[in-house]
Design a protein around this ligand. Structure first.
Ligand code: ATP
Length: 333
């Protein structure tokens, strides 16, 4: 029996979190869910953005499945997603981008993993208004922060028999900050002589990714570039509706899809549940339930290949619930 914190989030969060929960349960794995929530909906109901019970549950279970929580643009409201990553030092944001057979995309064999640094860079949120027409933000890169994400990327590449790690930077312009990140990548790569370190400037990376994405295996980069490249890469394999993710620290793991709360489609039972379901599969793999994790991947693949119950973003007309039920039907253990 595993104790897991479930944070449904808002927007499409509750719909896709429920989908992921029911698919995970259909594998037979025994989980005691502690459901807690945060965000503007909770603020309206309980008068607090992040109730203490969210922290208490996370600190007890040390593992969560989390839906997206909206961060309004341009308001004083700080991102709860970013706050949780920083508070619990979840420094490794891992996003596997893999083509799923049956989804019509220009490249059939994309199979890469993004390691995005998750705690520093422009995301430290230090901004100030200088005068009416000028504002500044601090981009902080540290040696310690860089080394640990780069080490995680190389360790993953080594364990998974990958021959290349691509470090993405803009050190030609940001010589000190991105320069430090790049320097750290060069240092770590010395411990892995059998793995090639490829250095690519972020703008060139965007072009390379849309022209020939299958040349990449493992990508490691700073926080903001990682955020942007994740959405770009999601577009290569069918969109945000199919890309899972994990935020890992030393002693806590929060599993969270790449997509946000998608307010444009929230509450309509049309969101694609696959990203969150595959996020659940990543969580099972992390727990050592690899067979059950794999059975979810296979069930998703079969459902998409059959094409009968897929959501609108994948050119189908199924509801979130219909697609989830079809995936559950296709689970074979
Ligand atoms: P954030 O900055 O909070 O991560 P975002 O800018 O990446 O969010 P999303 O909320 O993820 O934006 O939505 C971007 C677009 O992708 C929207 O048009 C949304 O409808 C679509 N989208 C996101 N997730 C899904 C999903 N699970 N199923 C279908 N469409 C989705």
């Amino acid at each position: 029996m595993y104790n897991i914190t479930l944070i449904p989030g808002d927007g499409i969060g509750p719909e896709v979190a429920e989908a992921a929960k029911s698919v995970i349960e259909a594998t037979g794995v025994k989980i005691r869910w502690e459901t807690v929530n945060a965000g503007i909906d909770v603020l309206a109901k309980e008068g607090i953005l992040v109730p203490d019970k969210v922290f208490e549950s996370l600190e007890k279970t040390r593992i969560a499945l989390k839906g997206p929580i909206t961060t309004p643009i341009g308001s004083g409201f700080k991102s709860i997603n970013v706050m949780l990553r920083k508070k619990y030092d979840l420094f490794s944001n891992i996003r596997p981008i893999k083509a799923i057979p049956g989804i019509a995309v220009p490249f059939q064999n994309v199979d890469l993993v993004i390691f995005r640094e998750n705690t520093e860079d422009l995301y430290i949120g230090v901004e100030k208004t200088i005068d009416e027409g000028t504002a500044e933000a601090i981009k902080r890169i540290t040696r310690e922060g860089s080394l640990r994400i780069i080490k995680a990327a190389f360790a993953y590449a080594h364990q998974n028999h990958k021959s290349k790690v691509t470090v993405v930077h803009k050190a030609n312009i940001m010589k000190l900050t991105d320069g430090l990140f790049l320097q750290c990548a060069r240092e770590v790569s010395k411990d892995y002589p059998h793995i090639q370190l490829q250095e690519v400037i972020v703008d060139n990376m965007c072009m390379q990714l849309v022209m020939n994405p299958s040349q990449f295996q493992v990508i490691v980069t700073t926080n903001l570039y990682g955020d942007i490249l994740s959405d770009l890469c999601a577009g290569l394999v069918g969109g945000l509706g199919v890309v899972p993710g994990a935020n890992l620290g030393k002693d806590m793991a929060v599993f969270e899809a790449v997509h946000g709360s998608a307010p444009d489609i929230a509450g309509k039972n049309i969101a694609n549940p696959v990203a969150m379901i595959l996020t659940g599969a990543m969580m099972l793999h992390y727990l050592g339930e690899s067979d059950k994790s794999y059975s979810i991947y296979k069930a998703v693949e079969t459902t998409i290949l059959e094409g009968k119950f897929v959501t609108k973003d994948l050119d189908g007309s199924a509801s979130t619930k219909d697609m989830t039920n079809a995936i559950i039907e296709n689970i074979s253990l």
